[in-house]
Design a binder for this molecule. Sequence first.
Ligand SMILES: Cc1cc2nc3c(=O)[nH]c(=O)nc-3n(C[C@H](O)[C@H](O)[C@H](O)COP(=O)(O)OP(=O)(O)OC[C@H]3O[C@@H](n4cnc5c(N)ncnc54)[C@H](O)[C@@H]3O)c2cc1C
Length: 197
Amino acid sequence: MMLGLLLARAGVDVLVLEKHADFLRDFRGDTIHPSTLEVMHEIGILDDLLKLPHHKAPRMRAQFGDLALTVADFSSLPVQCPYIAFMPQWDFLNFLTRHASRYPMFKLKMEAEVIGLIEENWHMVGLRATTPDGPLEVRASLVVGADGRHSVVRAKAGLPVEELGAPMDVLWFRLSGQTGDPGDPRAASTPDVSSSC
Ligand SMILES: Cc1cc2nc3c(=O)[nH]c(=O)nc-3n(C[C@H](O)[C@H](O)[C@H](O)COP(=O)(O)OP(=O)(O)OC[C@H]3O[C@@H](n4cnc5c(N)ncnc54)[C@H](O)[C@@H]3O)c2cc1C
């Protein structure tokens, strides 16, 4: 979506295909990092982004038994927003979609699942997808596979995966927060909807 926005902004005809009907997936985190916020600033949409409900976290703290550690401190970074913004990923993706859609060069087709590439004379010249309206064939000068870790585009292009190994596992779960919990922004304020850093 981000690449689609940047290309459309640069005047390139873009078609983004998304196999799902929406971006409401809840299995990922919702941290938007200072570097990402800086890019939003550079392309002039940061103020709009910060109008969406979010929490600001200039520091990340962890408690190990009796030991309280600051594991990350973004507050002195030389950027517009020296903090992590917590925002549901679907809000961010819908926001990018809204901004990309302002450009006439940008098109998004939901419920369009890429199933194969079109190859001619050793060149990839497009792709095939399924949609609720039937099969779709798209011809393009450039096909970008940004279809996640089980990328169909990567597999169909015959690109091998290089396993780098992961030095850690992440256990991801939902925990209800109570007003007054240490570090809970709701203890101090309502969600931050201010439009400045
Ligand atoms: C548990 C977890 C927590 C994370 N937390 C954070 C975080 O807090 N902050 C952060 O910045 N990053 C976080 N990440 C990393 C971040 O989610 C990924 O880096 C990012 O989503 C990768 O983006 P992507 O566009 O490459 O792939 P994806 O986000 O996987 O997007 C791929 C898209 O392609 C679509 N798609 C798949 N196959 C097809 C097909 N055949 N045809 C059409 N569409 C298709 C999918 O539906 C999906 O919308 C987290 C990741 C995990 C697993």
